[in-house]
Design a protein around this ligand. Structure first.
Ligand code: SAH
Length: 233
């Protein structure tokens, strides 16, 4: 079951073995992931249950429930302001090993990098190799880079949302993650220059909680690995 892609579907829509896909889900499976009729993929309800599913012409069928020996029991999304150089490749490699299910690279106010269009294919290859290496069942999804301000409209499902901020008296992410139910988690790590105050305010308005990863100032790559490690236990 290596190299299968994953789709989170609201459990309300999963009462029977037939899944009617929304136009967005259809687009994602057929255009973004380029899956054809008959292709298999994994459906997750985001609460720890998953199924092997098969795509048909206009919809999909659930084939069988999956026992998930290595996946986290909840989707873990990492929003990452693109670090300079090839830093994002390191983020993808390590954070795939740690269980991230979706990467959303973003361009923030202080992002230094203009990503080249060729990068995305390479990122996908790195994620696939890291998923195989760490014996995961699913390959994380990687979005194409988008401006940070556009990210909030993509996040519609309920999730625990955290924005690590390097300075300030915020509660620690570790503390915030204690005793929580296995809900989806979304983390947003800033660029080398940090998030701007406006970006932090916008994130808070979108239900992100500002958190600390300790008193030291971590590089963006270290901060990503640290935050994801705390969330993936
Ligand atoms: N240049 C900035 C730091 C940026 S570090 C400054 O001096 O303030 C890059 C990103 O890593 C930050 O935007 C934040 O998301 C995360 N980060 C680094 N260290 C952190 C810490 N101690 N607590 C919380 N987040 C941290």
């Amino acid at each position: 079951l290596t190299q299968l892609y994953r789709l989170v579907i609201d459990s309300v829509l999963l009462q029977q073995s037939h899944i009617s896909l929304t136009p967005q889900q259809q687009h994602y499976l057929c255009r973004v992931l380029r899956l054809g009729s008959g292709a298999k993929f994994i459906v997750m309800d985001g609460k720890g249950q998953s199924w092997l599913a098969q795509l048909s012409e206009r919809d999909a069928q659930l084939l069988e429930p999956l026992y998930n020996p290595t996946e986290l029991s909840f989707p873990l999304t990492l929003i990452s302001a693109l670090p300079k150089g090839n830093g994002f490749e390191d983020v993808i490699r390590s954070c795939t090993e740690l269980g991230v299910t979706t990467f959303i690279p973003v361009i923030s106010t202080r992002t230094l990098l203009k990503p080249s269009p060729h990068k995305w294919e390479r990122w996908r290859k790195i994620a696939q190799e890291a998923a195989e290496q760490s014996e995961r069942q699913v390959v994380p999804t990687i979005f194409e880079p988008i401006p940070f301000t556009q990210v909030f409209s993509l996040l519609d499902s309920p999730a625990d949302r955290y924005i690590p901020v390097a300075r300030g008296e915020y509660p620690s992410l570790w503390q915030q993650l204690q005793n929580r139910p296995p809900q989806p988690v979304i983390l947003a790590i800033g660029p080398e220059g940090g998030w701007t105050d406006t970006e932090i305010t916008e994130a808070i308005a979108a239900q992100f909680q500002p958190v600390s990863l300790g008193k030291r100032i971590l590089r963006a790559i270290t901060a990503s690995i640290t935050a994801v490690s705390l969330a993936s236990i």
